[in-house]
Design a protein around this ligand. Sequence first.
Ligand code: PLP
Length: 385
Amino acid sequence: MNTIYFDNNATTKVADEVLEEMMPLFCKLYGNPSSMHTFGGQISRKIRRAREQVANLLGCEPGEIIFTSGGTESDNAAIKGALAATPNKQKIITTRVEHPAVLAVCRELQNHGYTVVELAVDKQGQLDLDELEKQIDDDTALVTIMYANNETGVIFPIEKIAELVKGKGSILHTDAVQAVGKTPLNPAKSKIDLLSISGHKLHGPKGIGALYVRKGTRISPFILGGHQEAGRRAGTENVPGIVGLGKACELAEKNIKEENEKIRKLRDKLENAILQKCPDSILNGDKENRLPNTSNISFEFIEGEAILLMLDKFGICASSGSACTSGSLEPSHVLRAMGVPFTAAHGSIRFSLSRYNTEKEVDYTIEKIPEIINKLRKLSPFVAT
Ligand code: PLP
């Protein structure tokens, strides 16, 4: 049985072209990019090229890119680095629906004397921008608001948010881990100061990421040690990872428009058929302002985990919340913040597609899901038979 992989917001397949670029860097070109000899020098050229590839995708200068170990480090470095560089201000504004890589950092900072405001979202998962504007005051060091939500795919109007935040003199960080490569974005043209990327969400390798730091934005280094990354992030570079991320960004830049159209069509076919064929199924999140690959659907009165197990028997991979929180039976904090009723939040499934999915896979899944839902509903203690 072939695996049908609809869990691309958790992680993605490394593209063949990416792996091909990475391979020589393990056993042939393994020099240290900081070494003086020619063998090392050629590696630092590879890093330079990768930095340009990432910068091209974001429409920024290569010098505005710092390589990190992934989305989590980029988020930590942005938040803690910006606060350390702004010691006279003590307030952070974020949202209730951020990934734990942001929320956990903000909540920890609260224990160290920072005031943290977590903005609410409405039923669509959208923010009230008037409320955001009201909350930004002279003490606000940082606003950290995600670009696109990992569970629902809901996209926040980050350019409008940037206008508001910069108009009031605070720093804006956005966790764009789910957005990069899935929707065109250009932090350099907007007023975003800091933006996080992760390689493994866009067909690059795991354990590599980047932080965009707008020229002139003051942040203190988060990891201290050697002089790598121009003194902004110490540690011998993960060269294969960096080269892989560069190639993944180049592929995304080249193909983003056609791929998005193809992925959106497949996602819509899957979503519309499920909503039509399964009674008491509800789409979670703003239908329009959403990533083209993500669909989060609640099936009332059944457990998401039971659905996942049955999908797994048919070789279909999906998710019942973010990968980081699965394993817990608590309903997702994102759906709770959106006011999704308990009976629906427990039965939510996230389907997230990629360029590698096919119409045949979608058709097969459309055939299996109603069968699974009917079977589970018959067993559900909440449904009268
Ligand atoms: N931010 C968001 C929105 C994510 O979805 C994830 C991963 O799921 C992260 C941050 C963490 O990224 P990484 O796995 O590269 O540490």
